[in-house]
Design a protein around this ligand. Sequence first.
Ligand SMILES: C[S@@+](CC[C@H](N)C(=O)[O-])C[C@H]1O[C@@H](n2cnc3c(N)ncnc32)[C@H](O)[C@@H]1O
Length: 216
Amino acid sequence: MNFDKHFLTYDKYACVQKDVARDLNQFIPQIKVNTALELGCGTGIFTQHFLNKFSPRKMILNDYYDIHSFLSVPYDYFLHGNIETIELPNVEIIVSSSVFQWIEKLDALFLKLANKCQTLAFSMYIEGNLNEINQHFDLALEYKTTAEIKILLERYFCSVKVKSASYKYYFNQPINALKHLKYTGVTQVKEKSSLNKVRSFSAKVLTYKVGFFVAL
Ligand SMILES: C[S@@+](CC[C@H](N)C(=O)[O-])C[C@H]1O[C@@H](n2cnc3c(N)ncnc32)[C@H](O)[C@@H]1O
């Protein structure tokens, strides 16, 4: 993941992350929220949707990178660091959009989060995501299925609501599809691939598969 290099271009190229953030926010039932924590807030795309809908009294933001100076959304506290290892505060709801696909020990993270909140709501990329890239570059990116993620959540939460969605994005040239991936830090295609592989990439469409989860 090379998100740190691309904060300044992220918002311009993050079409899928914007659609996913909007749809995650709609998927979360309207509840009264006093305290909220967002994990992997990035430039605050999901944060803005969440603040508009829930108006929490206290909003804590986290990211792996210390990007608080890039944020234009209001918040009470910025917690810098890796969510797998840092201490997290107790809040009513933990939210996260387009982040958990990077987590290797998802089971351990769900256990940790279940002890910190009443509601966990998130979106993440699932099996079948970016098949055009997987096939051409033979990357074998590992994504879980919604069923696998639901089973993990049910170990620590009583009720789990799930939805999946597919998003297609069209580009005028294949190179622009690769640029979109590069500038959103989604995958390190260029660094791992020969120039010939990059040049022979011919897809003008990218398909994202996304899972939405609300666990109580
Ligand atoms: C694709 S961006 C999504 C940003 C934002 N949530 C959105 O919807 O636009 C992924 C974000 O998760 C952060 N991230 C990835 N792994 C993380 C971890 N282990 N701990 C904290 N943040 C993490 C990255 O730094 C990046 O800001």
